[in-house]
Write a protein that binds this ligand. Structure first.
Ligand SMILES: Cc1cc2nc3c(=O)[nH]c(=O)nc-3n(C[C@H](O)[C@H](O)[C@H](O)COP(=O)(O)OP(=O)(O)OC[C@H]3O[C@@H](n4cnc5c(N)ncnc54)[C@H](O)[C@@H]3O)c2cc1C
Ligand code: FES
Length: 267
């Protein structure tokens, strides 16, 4: 983990309401593993104490690329930052996805919204090619399809309004694929997106005896393990539960570790 002051090389529309931010980050970029994130101080928003977390879309040649959507105050100020402006980053943060899959495993990636950005770096770094399931409300929520296809990955799309791919939730084509391949392939799941989606993918992995690596989305304060804003409830194999910080111990956890319905437990 490092604090680095970097400059913006490129900042442009990526389509679908997203913006692509390319940064010269020679210290952080070589250290990034898929699923890790950087904590960004928004330029010209110095009054705001809090940085904003973003997954790393690409990390190569001393550069970092982020893919983000303007959803609120911080990201709308970030959206107007120009090439040449200086940005303060802390990173890489978090534990990322495992890359040491047994050779017989087929990686199955499942993403909603900006989850595609987080999973793209994983697809680039995994030794074996696999299949991607991308879901969203509408066609503009489906990102990076051509990027995955250019790597030789097969992409299945589902949108709730039917504007692209199959109409409905991403679990529709995911379940169909699983039914077809469960006896001839050994899948390993990697997912990033809304918690409801993560929960569904995790449940299928547990039922089938497979592993699912889920990147949970929690609001973050410090990003470095000090403030406890980002805690998530985990459980041991004997069922005892404990809090973990998604910025430090996560954001990636194996499905069996997460206690989704732990709200009823006494804290
Ligand atoms: C580990 C991690 C990786 C992320 N990677 C990306 C990425 O690659 N691309 C991207 O576009 N976004 C990503 N996000 C989400 C991004 O951090 C938030 O969209 C951003 O912080 C919002 O800042 P803001 O000031 O514009 O929004 P605010 O004004 O603070 O909030 C605007 C709205 O966004 C919601 N919001 C804020 N933070 C989050 C969050 N973490 N999850 C869901 N809703 C949130 C708020 O509840 C509110 O409704 C990531 C979040 C985490 C935790
Ligand atoms: S964001 Fe502060 S402990 Fe995780």
């Amino acid at each position: 983990m490092q604090l680095e002051t970097v400059s913006i090389i490129e900042h442009r529309d990526y389509g679908a309401g997203y913006r692509l931010l390319r940064l010269a980050a020679p210290q952080i970029a070589p250290q990034v593993r898929p699923g890790q994130f950087v904590h960004v101080r928004i330029p010209r928003l110095e009054a705001s104490v809090l940085r904003r977390p973003f997954s790393v879309f690409k990390a190569e040649n001393g550069e970092l690329t982020l893919l983000y959507k303007s959803v609120g105050h911080g990201t709308s100020v970030l959206a107007v930052a120009a090439p040449g402006e200086i940005v303060s980053l802390i990173g890489p943060l978090g534990n990322g996805f495992p890359l040491d899959l047994p050779a017989d495993r087929t990686p199955v990636l499942v993403a909603g919204g900006y989850g595609m950005a987080a999973l793209y770096l994983l697809a680039r770094r995994l030794p074996q090619k696999g299949v991607v399931f991308a879901g969203g409300r509408s066609t503009q929520d489906v990102l990076c399809v051509e990027d995955f296809e250019a790597l030789g990955w097969k992409v299945h799309i589902a949108t709730q309004d039917g504007s692209r791919g199959v109409r409905g939730l991403v679990t529709g084509p995911f379940d169909a694929w699983l039914a077809e391949h469960r006896t001839n392939l050994a899948p390993e799941f990697f997912a990033c997106g809304p918690n409801a989606m993560l929960q569904e993918i995790g449940a299928r992995a547990i039922a089938g005896g497979w592993r699912a690596w889920l990147s949970v989305d929690r609001h973050m304060g410090c990003g470095v393990g000090a403030c406890l804003t980002c805690v998530v409830k985990l459980q041991d194999t004997d069922g005892t539960w404990f809090w973990a910080r998604s910025c430090k111990e996560g954001p990636v956890f194996e499905a069996r570790q997460i206690r989704w319905n732990g709200e009823d437990d006494e804290a």
